[in-house]
Design a protein around this ligand. Structure first.
Ligand code: TRP
Ligand code: ZN
Length: 472
């Protein structure tokens, strides 16, 4: 009797420990419950994608190199749609469950904390449609090709992933497409392979840690143009063949822009840069890492913005430092991406057109925010974006008020301290993540000023603060 209950106790305890070592099904982002996962750290994704453009489907194998950060009896990846053919851990088939975008893997034996292991998932099917009503999130097929734009959480719509910028990883992406399509992705093209059935594989290697929303696949009839900047940085652009000449002109200031931004932000953080022009018009651009994407309209139409298209080009380039090298620790910190990238537009105007053009833009933006019917939103405060709606994450305040915050900071601390703040912040958090508090900390440290009430007003309160130095 006594023996039995002892055994029972041991078994109960054992199963309790087993049950308690499931990795969390979310990473703890208060804007996005359910996003990301806990209990492990992805090191590398190796994606092998065969693309069937006539069916609109992909046939894929994802190999994911992971380190456990706790004992794992089970853990989750974010993954939406598709038919899963097999799930293996270190080559051995394992059980799994699926519920909406959560894929739970159940290893045959407990994975111990700090253990390295490899997950291999074979899957196929037509990528699911984006659930986001404002932007496409994920894999999108259009008439003349395919693009992937995943910010903030659409990577799960095309591969199994820890879908949060806190878990960055490196990538190898092999894309097989029928001729005459060309497949581009982040990083460097390290290999191409021709196959007998008139398909070609493109193997892309992305060596720097990358947030999942910044990973892209671009398929169209592209012309690739590449060159080295004076400083020896490789630039490779992908343009639709029929507008390649005009696109070359549109993007001809890229090397100048990089050289200028290096003087204000510090060294360009990656080993390659370029633009891909999607062969359809888009109402947005995205700073996909090392290969910013733009719609066809950037070449064939002038945008309505004051700076023309160079403003958007400067914006996506600035994101390579702010957003890509340093990514937000939570989605609430999104102004650290968009406010900075929008400030990059102002800096480019200042550099090319002068201070008075810059100040005119600032005054216009200030006026557009400073109207009674504009829904003022504190850009870094807790709580959901305006209208209590997560899809308003990319609202105008995050962009414009974010940029004005930086300009107001510059006017308060002076140019020398301001640019030292930007460079220190860019260097200190390179290839990682930062919070709004981290930035405030750097600003105070470098300026030697107490900036608590300054940032309180600009970032956490509804009312738009004045910019007295500009009479605003
Ligand atoms: N970050 C983009 C920009 O440069 C905007 C954006 C947000 C986006 N989510 C997106 C673009 C999804 C494409 C797809 O401002
Ligand atoms: Zn942006």
């Amino acid at each position: 009797m006594r023996k039995v209950s002892l055994w029972l106790m041991i078994m109960l305890c054992g199963s309790l420990i087993w049950a308690q070592s499931e990795g969390s099904d979310e990473i703890g982002d208060d804007f996005y419950p359910g996003i990301g996962n806990g209990g492990y750290d992805v090191q590398h994704y190796d994606l092998d994608l065969e693309v069937d453009l006539s069916r609109g489907s992909i046939n894929a194998v994802a190999q994911i190199g992971i380190i456990a950060t706790q004992d794992l009896s089970a853990f989750n990846l974010d993954f939406n749609g598709f038919t899963i053919e097999s799930v293996r851990i270190d080559g051995v088939e394992v059980d799994y469950r699926r519920a909406q975008a959560e894929l739970t893997l159940i290893p045959n034996e407990l994975i111990e904390s700090e253990q390295t292991f490899e997950v291999t998932i074979a899957y196929q099917g037509i990528p699911p449609n984006s659930q986001n009503p404002t932007f496409a999130e994920g894999w999108v097929q259009y008439r003349r090709g395919i693009y992937v734009a995943s910010e903030p959480a659409g990577a799960r719509n095309w591969y199994p992933v820890n879908d949060h910028p806190l878990d960055k990883a490196t990538y190898t992406i092999k894309i097989t497409v029928p001729e005459p399509y060309v497949a581009a992705s982040n990083g460097l093209l390290v290999d191409t392979q021709d196959h007998e059935n008139d398909t070609r594989s493109y193997v892309w290697e992305n060596f720097e840690p990358t947030a999942s929303y910044l990973v892209t696949v671009q398929i169209a009839e592209f012309e690739m143009q590449s060159y080295y900047t004076e400083d020896g940085l490789l630039i490779r652009n992908f343009f639709p063949v029929d507008i390649a000449e005009d696109a070359e002109i549109t993007f001809s200031q890229t090397d100048e822009m990089i050289a200028y931004f290096e003087t204000v932000f510090g060294p360009y953080p990656f080993e390659v840069y370029g633009a891909v022009v999607v062969n359809t018009s888009l109402s947005f651009a995205l700073e996909t890492q090392t290969l910013s994407m733009f719609g066809r309209d950037i070449v064939v139409e002038q945008s309505g913005r004051r700076t023309g298209n160079q403003g958007i080009i400067a914006h996506e380039l600035t994101h390579q430092w702010f957003g890509n090298s340093i990514s937000p620790a939570t989605w609430r910190d999104i102004w650290l991406n968009e406010g900075f990238a929008t400030y990059g537009e102002l800096l480019w105007v200042e550099h090319t057109l002068g201070v008075s053009d810059r100040d005119e833009m600032i005054s216009n933006w200030y006026a557009s925010l400073n109207t009674p019917d504009f829904i003022q939103s504190p850009i870094a405060a807790p709580g959901l974006p305006p209208g209590n709606e997560i899809y308003n994450l990319f609202n105008a305040s995050v962009y414009l008020r974010g940029a004005l915050t930086l300009h107001a900071l510059r006017l308060n601390v002076g140019d020398a301290a301001f640019f030292r703040i930007l460079r220190t912040y860019a260097a200190r958090y390179a290839y990682g993540n930062a919070t709004t508090e981290d930035f405030i900390q750097v600003a105070q440290e470098i300026s030697g000023m107490n900036l608590q009430s300054f940032f309180q007003g600009w970032l956490y309160e509804k009312k738009l603060p004045p910019i007295p130095q500009m009479g605003l």
